[in-house]
Design a protein around this ligand. Structure first.
Ligand code: 9MR
Length: 361
């Protein structure tokens, strides 16, 4: 009887407090937090040491995001820099941060040509039987260690050429043939049957030939019962990529019935040839009208995701770094740009409010 009375009192108190809070609230829009405005997880990829060493960045990260991806710390070169020398320290740090702040941990990535350590490529080139066995051991050891803790993995990243429909002539492809992709999915699934397993790639929102090749692979996998559960659209886009083509691509991918993750979102103004240092600096100053146009583009992207991808397939939207200060673009393409939702001084840009509006609509 007494317990019932106390619960009732507590409920009344809570409602009263909510009432006061709402009445007092001239809550500023940026204080809502993106994650609270969304009906699906909102993530960010980030470098954990940058995050832990910057209180302001951390505050923004905690307020806005409920999913976290490591930009590089969970790639093969970081996890297994030398033979038999697993380095779990940083991944464990990211996991404890995710747990502490109740964020979903997304595993990026298991197999990617660009993060294969030299010792693996040197050995694998000489012995494909070893390589096959190594891949199995690596994936099983890694996924099993984080079983039930890493919610989802980019199992294979960028297995197709930057443009067109051919498999990338990567080290993995040359030595194991295209079957390395499906094997990677099977090994990951054996290690953690509950993990959501993604194929992740770039330009598939704009290059229909590439998208079709990826979807052919996905359909082949479905027919062969390869355990693939999702498609990651990296979505490193440019202001002049038409929304219509993005909408078309999302619709086509969603028709597979798989989870759809916008996994590495950012929006640039300048162009590049997809290669490191390949930037072309068309704009070197960010004008107000450009900021507004970028906000609109971000808003449309979120709206298209919400409208086109069925709710049960909305795995989430992940921003690749969320500040212009920390973005990979500058260093990678050797050009200045402003791709993110926060600026160099960690202030929300119009782009931030574009995302928020898209989420709230
Ligand atoms: O943002 C990442 C950058 O810090 C790394 O130096 C680079 C190489 O590991 O990878 C970047 O992230 C890439 C991601 O893993 C895959 N898609 C493209 C991303 C940007 O290059």
């Amino acid at each position: 009887m007494k317990a019932k009375y106390l619960i009732k009192q507590a409920c009344i108190m809570l409602i009263f407090m909510c009432f006061i809070a709402c009445n007092n609230s001239k809550i500023k829009k940026e204080n809502i937090g993106l994650k609270n405005a969304a009906t699906f997880p909102i993530g960010t990829a980030i470098n954990i040491s940058t995050l832990l060493n910057d209180a302001k960045l951390q505050k923004l990260q905690i307020e806005n995001f409920n999913s976290i991806t490591a930009t590089s710390d969970m790639k093969m070169h970081a996890i297994l820099p030398a033979e038999n020398k697993y380095n779990w320290k940083t991944a464990d740090t990211i996991l404890s941060y995710a747990k502490k702040h109740k964020q979903r941990l997304f595993g990026h990535n298991l197999i990617w040509h660009s993060s294969t350590p030299k010792w693996v490529s040197e050995k694998g080139e000489k012995d494909s039987v070893w390589l096959d066995d190594f891949m199995q051991q690596y994936i099983k050891t890694y996924v099993n260690r984080y079983k039930g803790k890493v919610a989802a993995w980019d199992v294979v990243n960028e297995a197709f050429e930057s443009s067109g429909g051919n498999y990338r002539e990567s080290f993995w492809y040359k030595n194991l043939g295209k079957s390395y992709i499906e094997k990677a999915f099977r090994y990951a699934h054996e290690a953690d049957p509950n993990a959501v397993l993604f194929y992740n790639d770039f330009n598939i929102e704009r290059d229909t030939v590439k998208l079709n090749a990826v979807l052919d692979m996905v359909n082949e996998f479905k027919a062969k019962e390869v355990p693939i559960s999702g498609i990651g659209f990296q979505m490193h886009i440019r202001m002049d990529i038409p929304d219509e083509i993005i909408a078309y691509s999302l619709k086509k991918a969603a028709a597979t019935g798989l989870q759809i993750h916008l996994s590495e979102v950012d929006i640039i103004f300048n162009t590049h040839n997809d290669e490191r240092l390949g930037g072309i600096q068309n704009y070197s100053v960010l004008r107000d009208e450009m900021k507004q146009a970028q906000a609109e583009k971000y808003k449309n992207l979120i709206r298209m995701y919400k409208e086109i991808v069925p709710k049960e397939q909305q795995f989430g939207v992940t921003f690749w770094d969320f500040t212009d200060r920390d973005s990979w673009i500058k260093g990678f393409f050797n050009m200045k740009d402003w791709p993110c939702i926060y600026n160099d001084s960690l202030q929300p840009k119009p782009a931030y409010y574009g995302v928020l509006d898209g989420l709230l609509q």
